[in-house]
Design a protein around this ligand. Structure first.
Ligand code: GLP
Length: 236
């Protein structure tokens, strides 16, 4: 594992963007696994800057996102599709047809999971996966559980996750209670994992995840087994 301690959120964001940029420069037609939440916002802003400056070309990149809320359409401003369109896709020269987010409104969400796993397989897997981490150790929306779930699947969100994500909604009652998330197989099969976390409140779960026992009760702990894991943490 490479562990990088950044001095600030700004620095963390620059480092993370540089690593993603290096991936795109080395393999212009790479598959990027992308994440939502507040942590990657600075990373995406830096990627946009690099693209604006002509330093980065997303035209051949394909992206696959980790997760989506169940029941939210892509034009709902709380959906992860909307988040990605707003914060990255509309601001860089990526081909929108090559951007993929699970469909949280599919009639059959278990079939949607199968479709998503097939899609990732057909793309030849993910070159680099950006991850944030939830306060309960979730990655994507893989919540603490008795088992690690391999496939893209429907999850019921933990009350603590609903609480944490309520800040993005008008009220807690509006937070969907279910989501569809990439499972541990797709995440563990990526070539390179880039986990970013910032804030003192993430320190304890990050330590437990990286140095504690590997257990599905702390989903991110499985990353200890990944052969190419980079973690960037900033306390601020
Ligand atoms: C959500 C997302 C995760 C993200 C987590 C942490 O639950 N599904 O992918 O890592 O939030 O978010 P934040 O970066 O806002 O702390």
């Amino acid at each position: 594992m490479n562990f990088v301690k950044a001095e600030s959120y700004e620095q963390l964001s620059k480092f993370a963007a540089n690593i993603i940029a290096a991936q795109v420069i080395l393999k212009p037609d790479c598959v990027l696994g992308l994440a939502t939440g507040s942590s990657p916002l600075g990373t995406y802003a830096n990627l946009v800057k690099m693209c604006d400056a002509g330093e980065l070309d997303f035209s051949k990149v394909t992206s696959v996102n980790l997760d989506e809320y169940a029941g939210l359409t892509g034009d709902n401003d709380q959906s992860y599709r909307y988040f990605m369109d707003t914060n990255l896709f509309s601001k860089v020269n990526i081909d929108r047809d090559k951007t993929h987010v699970p469909n949280g409104c599919a009639a059959d969400l278990s079939k949607e999971g199968e479709r998503y796993d097939e899609l990732i397989k057909s793309l030849g897997g993910i070159d680099l996966q950006l991850l944030g981490i939830g306060l309960d150790g979730h990655i994507g929306f893989n919540e603490p559980d008795d088992v690690f779930t391999k496939e893209t699947h429907l999850v019921t969100l933990d009350p603590s996750t609903i609480e944490a994500n309520a800040r993005f909604f008008a009220s807690k009652d509006e937070v969907p209670t279910q989501a569809i998330t990439m499972g541990m197989m797709s995440i563990m099969q990526v070539k390179k994992v880039l986990l970013i976390a910032n804030g003192k409140n993430k320190k304890e779960i990050l330590e437990k995840s990286l140095y504690g026992p590997i257990t599905p009760q702390i989903p991110a702990s499985i990353l200890q087994l990944h052969k190419d894991l980079t973690v960037i943490y900033s306390e601020n």
